[in-house]
Design a protein around this ligand. Structure first.
Ligand SMILES: Nc1ncnc2c1ncn2[C@@H]1O[C@H](COP(=O)(O)OP(=O)(O)OP(=O)(O)O)[C@@H](O)[C@H]1O
Length: 262
């Protein structure tokens, strides 16, 4: 079998923010290869550079040194080619726009014709299970449904790469479990490549084909775990020895990164 194409490739990637008092080494010598169809989670304590890494992929921050390509291009060219959809931590929906109009906004900015917009909105709502809610305002939906609407908005351009920055962090555990299951189904149906930031070990292990463990000061990768779990995962896989073993390794990686500071 030939290896899947590289979607994100980082080599010796460094990013230093020039803060007022001292430079902040948000990413230090990061090496990572994300392949087409991977579900990659980034896990680590606050400040280890998870968001910064997604922002470099999205061309919202510029690297200081090293190399990074997205779909074989510079992040800037990839952004211009609309290589990705971005889902933020909070739903970030416009309260004065109905759900369909929120999803339409980026498509309007990109001058998609009205009929194409309608088609894409309907498809994206179907993928996240929100068909029938197009005329509701965000405040008429629960937190979980709002976050699904944000995912629909990111899916609407049909980019192969989804960047998700802790999208379910603010939701209660039951809703989160449900959305995790839904997200895996969506990933299986669409064959997208997903880069997903989380603070939760079970979430990272449940969702991912690859888990990137990071630690702060300087922000760096301490472990990369290729998951042996099958791609199809019922929620109760979380009680299996295989699952717990990976969770254990993630926890060890997080601990090792922590002891580096002392
Ligand atoms: N624009 C900026 N200017 C200066 N420092 C920044 C800037 N953005 C982030 N940082 C710093 O860079 C480091 C990495 O931040 P980043 O947001 O990538 O971490 P994170 O792992 O996503 O954290 P969290 O889990 O809290 O979201 C932190 O120390 C942060 O304070």
């Amino acid at each position: 079998m030939t290896q899947a194409a590289s979607v994100v490739s980082a080599k010796n990637l460094c990013l230093t923010y020039q803060a007022n008092d001292a430079p902040v080494h948000a990413l230090s010598n990061v090496d990572l290869d994300v392949r087409k169809g991977d579900f990659v989670s980034f896990i680590g304590p606050s400040g280890c550079g998870k968001t910064t890494f997604l922002r470099v992929i999205a061309d919202l921050e510029k690297k200081t040194s090293g190399d990074i390509t997205v779909n074989g291009m510079t992040p800037e060219d990839a952004r211009k080619a609309r290589a990705y959809g971005y889902v933020f931590q909070a739903p970030a929906l416009y309260p004065w726009r109905t759900i369909d109009k929120n999803i339409a906004l980026p498509l309007e900015i990109m001058n998609y014709p009205a009929d194409e917009r309608q088609k894409r909105i309907a498809e994206a709502l179907d993928l996240v299970g929100l068909t029938g809610f197009e005329k509701k305002f965000p405040w008429q939906l629960s937190g979980g449904m709002q976050q699904r609407a944000s995912i629909a908005r990111a899916l609407a351009f049909d980019a192969d790469l989804l960047l998700m920055d802790e999208p379910f962090g603010a939701l209660d555990e039951i809703v989160r479990d449900h959305l995790n299951e839904e997200l895996l189904k969506l990933w299986a149906r669409t064959n997208k490549t997903i880069c997903f930031v989380t603070h939760s070990i079970p979430e990272a292990v449940y969702l991912s084909t690859k888990i990137v463990v990071m630690s702060p000061r300087p922000g760096r990768v301490t472990d990369i775990i290729d998951s042996p779990l099958p791609r199809e995962r019922p929620l109760d896989i979380r009680e299996t020895p295989e699952f717990l073993e990976i969770a254990h390794r993630v926890r060890d990686g997080l601990r090792a990164g922590h002891s580096y500071e002392h």
